[in-house]
Ligand binder design. Structure first.
Ligand SMILES: [Zn+2]
Length: 627
């Protein structure tokens, strides 16, 4: 690390951090979340007997040892005074546990399983309202990714980030790691000199001893507690909104994301006030496994959305929409995940429509629809159901385009039938009436029935709710508005496929990213080497800076054995950790040459986050030989 070199940057970052301290806290939940006795089979906890409601963390980030160490002090409610406190843990080293009086409390660690880790059972005394758990994470903690300086944009300092969804928070904080058990939190974080920590908190301040203090005053599901730390600088977009990023990219990131304030204002117009105070974006190093993660007050985003032309900022609309759907009103169990994502994709399109116009929203909706159709071809009936059965499975087994795009289509169908005004009123009432609560699909169906369906039975008859939520596949009534921008591409594709025109004769003037993606997806299934070379020479796909376009182009290159793209493909696989890109690329590689796929993956695997490993290990079939 280069502390001396970083110090001028640090002073900037500190002032930005200070500026993030809120003058007034965000609007508070009207009442604490009522405990719901929903069985979450992906947690060992028994919250109806002893329930965690608040966490105070005191943590030291040790980059050299790749460990976070300190304590978590949990405030608990005890409906059953006889019951022990049961938490979820995975790979944590528990040193000591004390109770309200500071005395030691005995504890027991259950056997750990691959999927869900193990239980930590703490025997309480009758007066215990607090327990303090002194612990340390291990270097292989699945939630945490420790990056070397070379893996960051600036290349100067190491970087740490956490990813809690779905069940990984238990690998860095001992908690009841169920989305139905919401907690508020504070965290005092000690980071190495020169590195700036940030968290998913509604306020933060720098303490005299150099540590940072974070507070989240609204109750959130544990998977939304998030931390990152690195060489970070802040640039404001508006009073309540800004970007944290590596100093080398922060200015360009702020420029690319300058419409964020307008997105927030439009989202508020649609579905009610933004209740979290600040909305900041953190641009992570390329190793981040997702496009974005909606950590409250601080969306974590991949740098691959910075295309230079705002063409990929719908991701910001998506993560912002989660401030209502997902963070404010959360799936109670992972089988209800579609409630989070379906309404977020729906809401995202509405924000895009307000900020960038209807045509762009229509194009992006149609692209998602086409993607869903392709995906459904390879999806089992069981996994194409919105309310997915996850018994005995990992929650991430339900992570596909189904909860996202089929979920959004269901809501679009409701809008189509009941009209926008009534449907908006319904959604607004849903968010307002369930703010800071975790809800089940059954609760949604019941609310939908009383608020939207029952008053207009003749319209209700046109939506088969049961089939949409509990049936497999896609109902025929799925609404799609054809995009004229994509129709233009179809016309050019038709000419090209008929062999009447070479690539250079096609009319591609003014095409935007979505159109290029549609073009690439629509190319003939078989392309000669000459055709690939011609396309590349004409449109410069291999040298394109847009990661979405690169991903589809590399997939075609692998399929057709177009070796001229190999070098760039390998560089892409080494740099980018986003599962959305890695999965199709390794899938294509395995099909053509399993050996090459295994060799590449063995080299690259240490660069990817644990949430990408699970899928890729299965696809490449190389979990033992890797690393
Ligand atoms: Zn999402």
């Amino acid at each position: 690390m280069r502390h001396a070199l970083l110090s001028p940057l640090l002073s900037l970052a500190v002032s930005a951090l200070a500026s993030c301290t809120l003058a007034s806290p965000p609007s508070q939940p009207a009442s604490p979340t009522p405990p719901r006795n929903v069985l979450d089979e992906h947690s060992h906890a028994e919250p109806k007997r002893a329930r965690v409601v608040h966490v105070d963390l005191d943590l030291n980030l040790d980059f050299a040892a790749k460990r976070i160490a300190g304590y978590a002090e949990l405030r608990i409610e005890r409906p059953d005074p006889e019951a022990p406190l049961i938490l979820d843990v995975k790979g944590l080293e528990i040193e000591l546990i004390t109770g309200s009086d500071g005395g030691i409390r005995p504890f027991q660690l259950g056997e750990e399983h691959d999927n869900l880790g193990g239980s930590l059972t703490i025997r309480l005394k009758p007066d215990d309202e607090l327990v303090r758990i002194h612990y340390s994470t291990v270097p292989t903690s699945e939630a945490l990714q420790w990056l070397s300086p070379e893996q960051t944009a600036g290349g100067k300092a190491p970087f740490l980030f956490s990813q809690g969804q779905s069940v990984l928070t238990r690998s860095w904080i001992p908690l009841q790691d169920s989305p139905g058990v919401r907690v508020t939190y504070t965290a005092r974080v000690q980071a190495p000199d020169g590195l700036v920590p940030v968290m998913s908190a509604d306020s933060s301040e720098r303490l005299e001893d150099g540590s940072s203090m974070f507070r989240m005053t609204s109750p959130i599901p544990p998977y939304l507690i998030a931390i990152a730390c690195g060489d970070l600088e802040f640039e404001a977009i508006s009073e309540r909104c800004g970007v944290w990023a590596d100093p080398s990219i922060v200015a360009s990131a702020a420029k690319e994301l300058e419409d964020t304030e307008s997105m927030i204002a439009n989202a508020e117009k649609l579905f009610g006030p933004y209740r979290w105070g600040r909305y900041d974006l953190l641009i992570l190093p390329p190793a981040f496994p997702f496009g974005g993660m909606e950590n409250p007050c601080m969306t974590f985003a991949t740098p691959t959305i910075l295309a230079g032309d705002k063409s990929l900022v719908s991701l910001v609309a998506h993560e912002l929409a989660h401030s209502w759907s997902g963070n404010l009103v959360t799936n109670a169990t992972w089988s209800d995940f579609w409630l989070n994502e379906g309404s977020t994709v729906y809401f995202e399109a509405r924000i895009m429509e307000e900020v960038f116009g209807a045509e762009r929203a229509i194009m992006e909706n149609q692209l998602s629809f086409n993607g869903l159709k392709r995906e459904l071809e390879g999806t089992s009936e069981r996994d194409s159901i919105l309310h997915i059965d996850l018994k005995g499975r990992h929650p991430d087994d339900g992570f596909s385009g189904i909860p996202y795009n089929k979920g959004a289509l269901f809501l679009r169908r409701l809008e189509e039938v009941f009209g926008r005004a009534d449907f908006d009123r319904f959604l607004r009432a849903w968010f307002d009436g369930h703010a800071f609560q975790s809800v089940t699909t059954a609760e949604f169906v019941s609310f939908l029935g009383t608020e939207l369906l029952a008053p207009k039975p003749e319209l209700a008859a046109q939506v088969d709710v049961e089939k949409w939520i509990y049936g497999s596949g896609l109902p025929d009534t799925a609404p799609v508005v054809p995009s004229s921008a994509l129709a233009q591409v179809d016309a050019e594709l038709k000419t090209y496929s008929s062999g009447k025109s070479a690539a250079g004769e096609l009319n591609t003037d003014g095409w935007v990213t979505g159109q290029w993606l549609h073009f690439l997806e629509g190319l003939p299934a078989e392309l000669s080497m000459e055709a690939m070379s011609d396309l590349d020479a004409t449109f410069g796909f291999t040298g394109n800076g847009n990661s979405e376009i690169l991903c589809v182009w590399f997939r075609l290159s692998v399929k057709h054995g177009y070796a001229a793209a190999d070098e760039k493909l390998e560089a892409f696989l080494a740099r980018v950790g986003r599962a959305k890109f890695l999965i199709p690329l390794y899938t294509a590689l395995v099909k053509v040459s399993p050996e090459r796929a295994r060799e590449l993956y063995a080299r690259m695997r240490p660069r990817y986050h644990a949430v990408a490993h699970a899928n890729l290990d299965r696809i490449v079939g190389a979990s033992e030989s890797a690393e």
